[in-house]
Design a protein. Sequence first.
Length: 236
Amino acid sequence: MRIDRLLSHLQYGTRKEVRRLIKKPRVTVNGALVRDPGFDVPADAVVAVDGQVLDQALAVYYLMNKPTGVITATTDDHDRTVLDLIAAADRRPGLYPVGRLDKDTTGLLLLTNDGTLGHNLLAPGKHVDKTYAATLRLPLTPVMQAQLEAGIAFKAFTSQPAKVTVVPETGAQLVHLTIGEGKYHQVKRMFKRVGNEVTALHRIAMGPLQLPATLPAGQYRPLTPEELTAIKALTR
């Protein structure tokens, strides 16, 4: 890949700005100064700007702990988006959130610029499990739980049977619910249909990905190699 294109993808500026950067004595490839914007960078080369070695990964995979009050979108005219939480150096062209969490829903969110992976994870036939910790206004009764586990009939669709676990010592008001779909407001609608109400919703897992307890709200980190291998295995 051309050095000017690589630096542009790595958010060092527009192609015009990057060319000006390259013409100054600031960019090296394998320790050698490069001043030609068209220089072809070998795949395994070490590229540095001002002596700082660059992470050349063009495909990125981030696990975020989405905070409340931030919308799951790439741009918005009024609200902060999850992309606004990504540092400039970590952004890549095409970066977007895989799936959607409501503005007031928190927890695990995958962001990537790997469009094929994102598309496959959301494909209807994949049914990637998502697990939510739902805080309820009323205790969950055995009847409510049985209805959720049988599947809820809505006008447009019938939900698949959910997996429901009541968290001990919460008065049956904190529930872990796992579903394989991701319809609009689905979890909240499911509990409303059985006569309850979600007062707080937090996603704790998506397929093999688990939200780390040590990851603060609003922070993110790259997927580990093991996590990336596991999540890609779902789309084969």
